[in-house]
Design a protein around this ligand. Structure first.
Ligand code: COA
Length: 433
């Protein structure tokens, strides 16, 4: 059979496709904005068919209906990174969390967490029968490669992204056509605090540097202050609409990259339709699985790699907490440690941890003498270098514990400095200067 005949043979409805999910099986869902909404909705609509199906997913940008109260008998979510639609289920004990570096998820699927069914979302096939994974290649492609059964939503709205981002129709078991809009992430609100942080981060970035940017208001604020830089490059686990703006402004050219020159290298994307149109069939952007893009040794092959990530708390030794508030898990490590390690090994690289100095509407300081009870350290004090708030930059590597604490107190919110200074003086038996 040629691929067109195969395609017709495998074409089915969402309701029919999800009948091939068995009770007691493990289902992996395509990441972030690539989740195949039509197939997920059919699975949840037919929940009575299943018992004890484990749903493995990283960040869910959809509704995660399998996490709703009442779904426990049918589905149990195993989250690799909690998001808005899954936090509640985890907090109430109706979902589990598996800590894992983003770069190691593909290996987990190949070894420990065998994949029964992969639910993926792909572009229409090209003339050779290849569908693109579009906005998420990351663990989604590796999961499809090792799944016993692959169910794909084929969508004309999914951009055809290039790189190692394709699956042939012959490797998909059931195809469901549904042209839902790809989930969009509206640009975050950037306030005064984020702008000040963005400006401080931008002061650490030189012409020709290669950037990794996380998601949210802070990375977007950094981009606002890069408009007068030249020939920046991208090697990042993800990027959003802010990067498109800088490409159009001629600031991001990837020209000075010593590794994958001329290309923005990325493993998943989240943004608006503007971003999805930009990456469609665009040879400037190459997507690869996350065990390549986020491998610290691959990251380190980029000279002058600047990683910018955010966190919840930093203690006076420079230990960084990013995934929980006390015992309450709010997110996951994602690629934070992958990129911190890669940037530390990159010639001329820098690793930046950027955060507002306070949280909870200014009621708590993010810089603290000791991390909260129950919190776990995400990035260790050995790896952290630049910590940035709206009040400045603390550079930690090479500094003693006493010097680190002093540097961090000077970028804390002024309202919290007196108590931090008191903790400093008790601990180090010396005056704060
Ligand atoms: N004490 C108490 N509460 C805190 C807190 C603190 N120190 N820091 C944050 N919070 C609360 C916030 O108030 C907010 O609560 P709300 O949802 O009720 O408003 C919640 O925790 C989330 O914090 P916020 O600062 O809004 O998060 P964010 O969207 O800016 O994301 C991280 C920040 C750290 C959670 C996010 O960057 C992350 O998960 N990082 C790890 C993964 C990573 O870096 N990946 C690589 C790049 S994609």
């Amino acid at each position: 059979m040629n691929w067109k005949e195969l395609y017709c043979d495998k074409l089915t409805t969402a309701d029919e496709a999800v009948r091939h999910i068995g009770s007691n099986s493990r289902v992996v869902i395509g990441h972030a904005v690539s989740e195949p909404t039509a197939v997920i909705n059919a699975m949840v609509k037919n929940a009575e068919q299943y018992e004890n199906v484990e749903i493995v997913h990283m960040v869910s940008m959809g509704q995660s209906p399998y996490c709703l109260p009442g779904m426990e008998k049918h589905f149990r979510h195993n989250s690799l990174f909690l998001g808005a639609s899954t936090r509640q289920a985890a907090a109430e004990g109706r979902a589990d969390v598996t800590p894992v570096f983003f770069s190691e998820i593909p290996q987990l699927f190949r070894t420990t967490l065998s994949v029964d069914v992969a639910l993926i979302h792909v572009s229409e096939p090209d003339q050779h029968g290849y569908c693109s994974f579009g906005v998420a290649v990351d663990y989604t492609k590796p999961a499809a490669e090792c799944a016993k059964t692959v169910i794909a939503q084929v969508n004309r709205n999914m951009p055809r992204t290039l790189g190692d981002s394709f699956i042939h129709v012959s490797n998909i078991d059931y195809l469901v056509e549904s042209d839902d809009p790809i989930i969009e992430l509206s640009p975050p609100k950037i306030g005064e605090v984020e702008c000040a942080i963005g400006k401080n981060c931008a002061s650490l970035i030189q012409d020709g540097d290669t950037l990794q940017l996380g998601i949210g208001a802070i990375p977007d604020a950094v981009l606002l202050f890069l408009k007068d830089k030249h020939d920046l490059g991208i090697h990042s686990e993800m990027f959003s609409d802010g990067v498109v703006e800088l490409v159009e402004a001629g600031v991001i050219t990837n020209k000075k990259k010593n590794f994958h020159p001329g290309k923005s290298v990325v493993t998943f994307l989240m943004g608006t339709r503007r971003l999805y149109d930009y990456v469609d069939n665009n040879p400037e952007v190459e997507m690869y699985p996350v065990d390549y893009v986020n491998d610290p040794c691959v990251i380190a092959r980029n000279d002058n790699l600047i990683s910018i990530n955010s966190c919840v708390q930093v203690d006076l030794m420079g230990q960084v907490v990013s995934t929980s508030v006390g015992l309450k898990q709010i997110s996951g490590v994602g690629g934070q440690v992958d990129f911190v390690r890669g940037a530390n090994m990159s010639k001329g690289g820098k690793t930046i941890m950027a955060m507002p100095s306070t949280a909870a509407k200014g009621k708590v300081s993010k810089i603290v003498p000791l991390i909260d009870e129950g919190a776990s350290v995400t990035t260790s004090r050995y790896d952290v270098n630049y910590v940035v708030t709206e009040y400045g930059i603390a550079q930690l590597k090479g500094k003693t514990l006493r010097e680190r604490a002093q540097a961090l107190i000077t970028i804390a919110h002024p309202d919290f400095r007196p108590e931090l200074i008191q903790a400093f003086e008790e601990r180090f038996h010396s005056k704060f200067s």
